[in-house]
Design a protein around this ligand. Structure first.
Ligand SMILES: [Zn+2]
Ligand SMILES: [Zn+2]
Length: 361
């Protein structure tokens, strides 16, 4: 079967034939029907995150279970599923304390699985490698969804939407009437904008370096769009009676934009870091401003969500029309077009590209 592979930092991405093992005990094979191109994959291609190569990319996807190994109880062949890139162990301290997104067993960016056509050991992103025709994963990494849920919406639930909605509802707990700024309008940032609006936020200020994002931002519920520049914190304060916003969300994963989000929040406000950045990218904060601003700075890992509980809820919200994901999908392509989608994302264009690996439609 075919998969999108990275062969090193900065090396061109290519679709290659690979071989996956048959599902072992507790494992399932999933035929991928739709997969999103997410920024975290780019981080493993451009060197922001260290990763082993060759690496099959992709961690935001949905498909159909086509084969199950021994002792599988969660799903049967034919089940429609969303892949979960952070399946919690349910037995560590964090899982036992209601924080499965911080599970102690999670955290490695790639797992060894299968081989390339040349026989090299293959690695798969976040245990998945979902920009591929198929994946073989542990059954704990699949979550059943209703068969009437379109695959492309289902795919986005697995990363961008669970992360964005969770950051608003579970990490920051945005309340009706509060003001929000969202820095960085990729798939996750736009999902944060939509969720903030749905949570009843008053002003939702959407910020991006690209003026081309204005239309998308307003379509998902932003009240204002601002082009990010050196004066952006001042522009945010001007729109919030000089105070700054109650909640600033950083959806880029960079020290400089975390600093921007920090300065955009009001005294006593909350800064939620949703983007994943590099370990040597430092955020300068002075001791005086930390004390004087009384702001809270924290991160939102996978939307502080329990995917087994929260993802089916989001699936139903899509089906009943209360969660519209259509504006998030700006491009559709096949596996052969996925490398170009990474290039678009690196240039900051569009929101989500959905890849349909087997273009049989
Ligand atoms: Zn992702
Ligand atoms: Zn755990």
């Amino acid at each position: 079967m075919r998969a999108l592979l990275a062969r090193g930092v900065g090396a061109p991405l290519g679709v290659e034939e690979v071989e996956l093992p048959a599902p072992g005990p507790g494992e399932v094979r999933v035929d991928i029907r739709a997969a999103g191109v997410c920024h975290s994959d780019l981080s493993m291609v451009n060197g922001t995150l260290a990763a082993p190569y060759p690496l099959a990319l992709g961690h935001e996807a949905a498909g159909v279970v086509v084969e199950v190994g021994a002792d599988v109880t969660r799903v049967a062949p034919g089940a429609h599923v969303v892949l979960n890139w952070a399946p919690p162990c349910r037995s560590c301290w964090f899982c036992g304390h209601g924080e499965p997104w911080l599970c102690a067993r999670l955290g490695s960016p790639a797992a060894a699985r299968g081989r390339t056509a040349a026989g090299e050991p293959l690695h798969v992103t976040l245990g998945l490698g979902a920009l591929a025709e198929q994946v073989v994963v542990g059954e704990e990494a699949v979550i059943g969804v209703p068969t009437e849920l379109p695959f492309e919406a289902a795919a986005l639930l697995g990363c961008a939407v669970l992360t964005g909605v969770g950051a608003v509802r579970r990490t920051a707990r945005v309340a009706p009437g509060e003001s929000v700024a969202v820095i960085g309008l990729g798939g996750v940032g736009l999902s944060v904008v939509g969720a903030a609006r749905a949570a009843g936020a008053g002003r939702v200020l959407a910020v991006d370096v690209s003026p081309a994002k204005a239309e998308l931002a307003l379509a998902v519920g932003a009240t204002d769009f601002l082009v990010a520049d050196d004066t952006i914190s001042r522009a945010v304060r001007e729109r919030t009676d000089g105070r700054g916003v109650d909640h600033a969300f950083e959806c880029v994963g960079r020290g400089s934009t975390i600093r921007t989000a920090w300065r955009a929040a009001r005294r006593g406000g909350q800064v939620t870091v949703v983007g994943m950045g590099a370990k040597d990218d430092v955020v300068p904060l002075s001791a005086l401003e930390i004390f004087h601003s009384a702001r809270t700075l924290r991160s939102s890992v996978y939307g502080s969500s329990d995917p087994d509980r929260d993802l089916p809820e989001l699936a139903h919200a899509v089906l009943d029309g209360s969660l519209d994901l259509a504006p998030l999908i700006t491009d559709r392509t096949t596996l052969d077009g996925a490398a170009a989608a990474f290039a678009r994302m690196a240039r900051g264009e569009g929101a989500r590209t959905v890849v349909v690996p087997r273009d049989t439609a």
